[in-house]
Design a protein around this ligand. Sequence first.
Ligand SMILES: Cc1cc2nc3c(=O)[nH]c(=O)nc-3n(C[C@H](O)[C@H](O)[C@H](O)COP(=O)(O)O)c2cc1C
Ligand code: SF4
Ligand code: SF4
Length: 409
Amino acid sequence: MVDLSVNMAGIHSPNPFWLASAPPTNSGYQVMRAFEAGWGGAVWKTLGDPIVNVTSRFGALHLGRQRMVGINNIELITDRPLEVNLKEIREVKRTFPKHALIASLMMECNRNRWHELVKQVQDVGVDGFELNFGCPHGMSERGMGAAVGQDPELVAMITEWVTEVAEVPVIVKLTPNITDIRYTARAAVQGGAHAVSMINTINSLIGVDIETGLTIPHVNGKGAHGGYCGPAVKPIALSMVAECARDPTVSVPISGIGGIATWQDVVEFMLMGATTTQVCTAAMHHGFRIVEDLIDGLTRYLDRKGISSAMDLVGRSVPLFTDWGALDINHKVVARIDQSRCIHCNKCYIACEDAAHQCIDRKIDDAGVTQLMVDEAECVGCNLCSMVCPVEECIAMVPHEKEEITWGR
Ligand SMILES: Cc1cc2nc3c(=O)[nH]c(=O)nc-3n(C[C@H](O)[C@H](O)[C@H](O)COP(=O)(O)O)c2cc1C
Ligand code: SF4
Ligand code: SF4
């Protein structure tokens, strides 16, 4: 039986699946239902000031028939009174003592106010704090959220204020709205952070209604920049996790967030260095029950791979992620078309002709059927044809035989 439990900087969780600080973690009722469904941890919707919100708040990016590949929001932190949240956090922790319950915090740049908030929240028994240095809208205009997360000095300073009084581990949640996230991750570590989490949402305007000219969403006719998340942001989040994981100066565990919707996504984040993963959009889209698939999928995967503990997955692929300059420029792959699978749609031909290296030959055979053949000597192995081909496993990228010929000399 595989062991799904994880230990991130001293925070124990029955599995690596946490809900991110967001609408699904807004109340005790929701977090209790999530824990009952199987989630191993939850980061409570950010506590702090001010208590204000607008309607409407969300916009969606649909791609073809695929709903909500990305969403955008202009929501702020919790709009429920702190006392109500604290009472519910205490209740949840009492009912689920073995689950990870993390409080997300945001406060103005004032040492005493941070100290007060941290002490007040830790009194109700949270397992850790997550500092929200990432919210890109509303709060950032007031000097909080991403305004802090974009300035390594502020990140280090506020993290230090928190660790002065925190008796539980402190996770710093970073903004992706920055050129190189390693600078702020390092600053968090310098400030005493026990872990970092990434990513918060990406600055965005998700759309404009071309009939009315109004932004999506809009509040009584006017819109503002918001935060982008969901499956569409996963590559950005994964690369930021991987960059931090391979940086020896970011020497703390990572909680991976951004576009995670399936157990395969979780495995990818863990292989690239995440100890825990956090989910927001997928839970908003499909509900808490998706955790059953996450648990089942990860358990079967570990079983199949002969790995007994989820912790053993963490960072396995990090050594394979390197600088461009360290890549082998002698290595060559070429496209090869499986003629028995080809449906002669010509997509590969057009892609290579217009956007690659004009190395797919098109011939009409005796039966009048178009035959496509890759000129392997000319192919640069860019992958484009295999990506546009609609038939699975029809175009394979194979190591070039030149390699073997050279060996034979
Ligand atoms: C509507 C909404 C509200 C959010 N509120 C918060 C918040 O209060 N605190 C926070 O740290 N992150 C907040 N987030 C960001 C999420 O925690 C998470 O970092 C982001 O959505 C990326 O994960 P995902 O792609 O799984 O959605 C919010 C996201 C959404 C969509
Ligand atoms: S891999 Fe690139 S260069 Fe080679 S055939 Fe396909 S599209 Fe052309
Ligand atoms: S894209 Fe695929 S199916 Fe279409 S012609 Fe090329 S190889 Fe055949």
